[in-house]
Design a protein around this ligand. Structure first.
Ligand SMILES: C[S@@+](CC[C@H](N)C(=O)[O-])C[C@H]1O[C@@H](n2cnc3c(N)ncnc32)[C@H](O)[C@@H]1O
Length: 209
């Protein structure tokens, strides 16, 4: 049974080959074509990135996700909607990032990143210093990171880790949905946790120059 499911997953992933990038290679360069590049790390089922890409046809988007049976749902959604400015990369971002050139990304979205609450796993948080060093290298000088989460502990951790690692913060809110912020696109997790009554936190981080 497991084998059959796995085979089926491979087939579904293969069917989305034309909207997939292995890494930042010549195909990626061709897709980006010198334009503006926004990436989402941990796109999950892809509602945010598909809607965002549809609303901004002049921006190129790359959605990264490490779990195959999750990213396949996002890819199928995108394939179905035919979104020419969106591509997917499957794998751990920290590995894929090695293929990204310096100063190649205009914006990074981190939406409802896994909180990894235990101290021993802090290095896995996508706002840990180790990841922030990667973002610093691949972001353009005027690039930015847009981060939102329902997890107050992760948000508080990030409020410290960004400045400690040379970022300045703006647009900090502890209640995004009541902040007057316009044009918010809800992710799957955002809908679930805000319906459960959790306020959504958001910030924007830019490299201090
Ligand atoms: C809590 S889910 C949120 C999904 C989506 N952004 C949302 O808001 O609905 C976090 C996602 O990030 C992915 N993820 C976590 N660490 C990652 C990494 N290092 N590289 C790529 N994806 C990662 C997980 O597999 C998971 O699908």
């Amino acid at each position: 049974m497991r084998m059959r499911n796995r085979g089926h997953l491979d087939e579904r992933i293969a069917a989305c080959k034309n909207i997939t990038l292995e890494k930042y290679d010549d195909s990626a360069r061709q897709f980006i074509d010198g334009g503006t590049l926004h990436i989402e790390i941990g796109c999950g089922k892809g509602r945010f990135i598909t809607e965002t890409a549809k609303n901004n046809p002049d921006i190129r988007y790359i959605a990264v996700e490490k779990v195959s049976n999750v990213i396949v749902l996002a890819m199928e959604k995108a394939a179905n909607d035919e979104i020419p400015n969106l591509r997917f990369m499957r794998g751990k971002f920290e590995v894929l990032a090695e293929s990204f050139p310096d100063k190649s990304v205009d914006r990074i979205y981190l939406n409802f990143s896994d909180p990894w609450p235990k101290k021993g796993y802090a290095k896995r948080r996508l706002t840990h210093g180790g990841f922030l060093e990667i973002y610093k290298r691949i972001l353009k000088d005027d690039g930015e990171i847009c981060f939102k989460t329902d997890n107050r502990e992760l948000f508080d951790f990030s409020l410290e880790s960004f400045p400690e690692n040379g970022f300045t913060l703006s647009e900090v809110t502890f209640d995004l949905h009541n902040s007057g912020f316009e044009g918010n696109i809800m992710t799957e997790y955002e809908e679930k946790f805000s319906q459960m009554g959790f306020p959504i936190c958001r910030l924007v981080a830019r490299i201090e120059r």
